[in-house]
Design a protein around this ligand. Structure first.
Ligand SMILES: Cc1ncc(COP(=O)(O)O)c(C=O)c1O
Length: 434
């Protein structure tokens, strides 16, 4: 091309959660049954949307307005409902005009980082949900800046590490929290959130809290929202329908802006995101129209409670099975629907393999692992040898080696079988070439 057309941040874009699907499909074509443990889509794993929710959607689709554009900020009734509820939960007031709807949080995340000043960086967790880390890295044309979530501390961050990174890097304009977290399942205690808010206040930063799993915290630690701790610090909370209805295909998420009045730069930035969304006109209307009806329904609380009980059971089963496997660290998830398994230092080596009987499948795996990080190598061999498709932690912007699986499998016996298959594969892989 006469002029360089490739974005200088293009190399930062990676999404191994779907990237691994190409290899899995090729392996599937050779007759291997795949257990899709890579993607956080409850629908793909057979979770049913309750009939009463479908009835609300059917009734709403009878209204022609559900086929039309909606206001750029979002359907007024949905925003008023969210604002009222959030404010009633206690904490900083949320006004309906400070809510902006997007086509899923994927869209929100992309716009949030795209319209951040080039020199401004957001410090995020590692391991990182790759949509955040890729979008932030691409925006900055550099690797995403991270603070470490530490498996030895139950996946909580070292707040001192955050403080030091902020103190010594003046380009950091904000801190990202994912709570409950993907991929670790950690739920932030109030005290840790308050410390992070204090760092933001001291250094004049804003906060982003991705709370898409807000209603799916099932451990001992109760979920505390950004609104409940943020006080007068500017911040954005992100919520969505994908995980809790569950309705990922609705592509419906929203941003809640707190304290836009407290800082003129933050107010201008929030306005920019609104202006950017206006160029796209609006987010999808139907999910916004049904949102207040679903959330206000007396059956919704029981629906969420049943999901929490399900994932809690899954977390316990996985923990029981993996706790007996040497060479790895596993922390029982407290929220969301993932489990991150970390290989202890020195456990993974370059030449380890698992036996793969089918020659064509073995060739595919051997080809794919060339130059791959050590945890990706394990994940690919696991896929070829057993059909279980997970995601390497190195795909989550992490220097820790391990993998993420989901807790979504519906069938109890099959879930147990998948965990036991992985546990056996870890033992065999670690023992290989000893
Ligand atoms: C932490 C986190 N944020 C955002 C998203 C994207 O959600 P959406 O379906 O609203 O784009 C996901 C999806 O897995 C997620 O795990």
């Amino acid at each position: 091309m006469r002029t360089q057309i490739v974005h200088s941040g293009a190399g930062e874009l990676s999404y191994e959660i779907r990237g691994i699907v190409d290899l899995a499909k090729k392996i599937e074509a050779h007759g291997v049954e795949i257990a899709w443990e890579n993607i956080g889509d409850p629908i793909a794993k057979g979770h049913a949307v309750p009939a009463w929710i479908k009835d609300i959607i059917k009734r709403t689709i009878e209204r022609d307005a559900s086929f039309g554009y909606s206001p750029t900020r979002g359907v007024g009734e949905a925003r008023r409902f969210i604002a009222q509820h959030r404010t009633a939960e206690g904490g900083t007031e949320l006004r309906s005009q400070d809510i902006l709807f997007f086509n899923g949080l994927g869209d929100a995340i992309s716009i949030v980082y795209t319209y951040l000043n080039e020199g401004a960086r957001i410090l995020g967790p590692s391991p990182a949900y790759p949509t955040h880390s890729s979008a932030e890295g691409a925006h900055a044309r550099q690797h995403h800046l991270t603070y470490m979530l530490d498996p030895a501390r139950g996946w909580l961050p070292d707040v001192e590490d955050i403080r030091n990174k902020v103190r010594y890097n003046p380009t950091i304009a904000g801190i990202l929290i994912i709570n409950p977290d993907n991929p670790t399942g950690v739920v932030y205690p109030r005290a840790v959130l308050e410390e992070i808010v204090a760092i933001a206040r001291e250094h004049d930063l804003f906060l982003i809290s991705d709370e898409i799993y807000a209603h799916l915290a099932y451990g001992d630690e109760p979920f505390v929202s950004l609104a409940q701790v943020i006080g007068d610090v500017p911040g954005i909370a992100m919520r969505g329908l994908s995980k809790e209805i569950p309705w990922p295909g609705a592509r419906c998420g929203w941003a809640e802006f707190y304290n836009t009045h407290a800082d003129t730069d933050f107010a201008r930035y929030a306005q920019t995101l609104y202006d950017a969304k206006m160029l796209e006109v609006c987010a999808t209307t139907l999910p916004q129209m049904v949102l207040p009806q679903i959330y206000a329904d007396a059956r919704f609380a029981a629906h969420l409670a049943a999901q929490r009980a399900f994932y809690k059971r899954r977390a316990q089963t996985a923990q029981d099975i993996f706790a007996a496997v040497p060479g790895i660290t596993v922390v029982k998830p407290q929220g969301a629907f993932y489990l991150a398994v970390v290989f202890n230092d020195g456990v993974l080596r370059d030449a380890q393999t698992l036996p793969i009987a089918n020659d064509a499948v073995r060739a595919l795996v051997e080809d794919a692992v060339a130059d791959a990080p050590q945890d990706t190598r394990f994940v690919y061999y696991l896929l070829g040898a057993t059909g279980v498709c997970t995601v390497p932690l190195s795909g989550f912007n992490s220097h820790l080696h391990g993998f993420r699986m989901t807790l979504l499998e519906r069938d109890d016996a099959r879930f147990r079988h998948i965990c036991e298959t992985i546990a056996r594969a870890i033992t065999d892989y670690v023992a290989a070439n000893d």
